[in-house]
Design a binder for this molecule. Sequence first.
Ligand code: GDP
Length: 488
Amino acid sequence: PVLPVSSLSNHLQVSTQRLMRDLTRLGFKNVSPSYLLTFEYSSLIAEEYGYRVHTDSTSVASPQKPKSSQANAPLRPPVVTLMGHVDHGKTTLLDALRKSSVAASEHGGITQKIGAFTVPFDKGSKSITFLDTPGHMAFEAMRKRGANIADIVVLVVAGDDGVKPQTVEAIKHIQSADAPVIIAITKCDRPGLQPRKVIEQLMNYGIQAEEFGGDTQVVSVSGKTGSGVDELEAAILTLAEILEVRSSPKDQLEGWVVESCVAKGVGSLATIVVKQGTLSSGNFLIAGNSWGKVRSLLDVNNKRVKQVIPGQAAQVLGWKELPKAGDHVFQVKNESAAKEVLADIARRNGAQELYQLAESHNKQLEEQRLNSSETLESIPENKSEYFNVIAKCDDTGSAEAIIDFFKGLRNEDLQTRVLYAAVGPVTETDIERAETSNAIIISFGVPVPKATFREAERHKVKVLFHNIIYHLMEEIRTLFRERLPPVL
Ligand code: GDP
């Protein structure tokens, strides 16, 4: 089942505006009130708002039930990402941090880049998981979402270069995601450094250092010599304790893909950072547009494990298709559930594309209208001069055909406008929108329940149901002619 944002906001008793803002912050793109969410996403979001979701029922959330108390959940290792301007020393610092992890781990020696590594402390009773996005491409792709995947962001600023455009960009992401941040002033082995200047620059962007009465820790480090690396790790652990980074291994699984590749002889492999719940062998997972049954789990040291708990990363084998870095991971019951959710996601993506298609079609029409002074004079700014349509279809192909058909249906007195076209049944939101914009609704290939017809009638909205495109066109042409102003 899928749910438009507008209905989820009703369920959650929050405004659609607020939900759209939060969804955007969570990494959803081009969110609109009709944006479709899968059941899994809706459930995760409902939990964000403090609801407990019953997966056995068809309702998304039962309101007024508070979230399982996060406060009682155990502390977990914080997930940390590094951000900053190119050449400011992220890679070098990550190498220094990784070295401390290798030195601390029993394996030692081999360091491989799998997208994340964990540094243990106090004989493993505490640890930090660092996201290690190799290369600038991957970093670019994940940067916008990085602040969501991570609990803490280390903003790397070279002491000899100061705040630069990508530093500012990173600050914007950090602030819009409300992510806790620690400043690492790098290259502190170089002579003539002025950390104070960097701190002052950062203040202009709303980052207040502790030593200036603010609450942001600032650490001077050198990735080259390793000085300050211990202090940085200590600062991260302190912040994690203050933030009370907690999550229960019993919660619903949530994770993120941080790296993926096809490995010779083993197949598709994805490194997943677990943020909540427990990842186990045999689990059915969805990540982006792919699903898989966990065939085997390898920890960050390449050791086979059975389970991965929150705050840790692991390499997962068993994907049908290769997931991408930045994909959100969640668990489903079985193979058929996985396929159903993916079909929902595909439909949603299709709907999103169609929405954009319809929008560009309308923009085109608008431009044509503005470019033609003749038409401009003959079409007064009056709602009735537009023949507005909302199209709900069984698949993207038929929706495209409908949009194309409407492109050709216009004259100087009346022009058609597809407000939006989407895959799925006619919803209450569609009816409400049709009412406010004086539109008719077309349901093509998706049967319309009697109740929907009745609801539409109450709102004085016309709903047409057709299975055959020629019949639909015929009826539309008739309606179009009826709407034309009388010839005098
Ligand atoms: P990134 O683009 O942020 O990943 O930056 P890199 O880690 O690749 O570093 C860019 C350049 O700065 C390289 O030539 C590094 O050797 C140098 N560099 C990085 N960190 C330090 C440091 O702590 N001290 C010194 N002296 N040079 C550094």
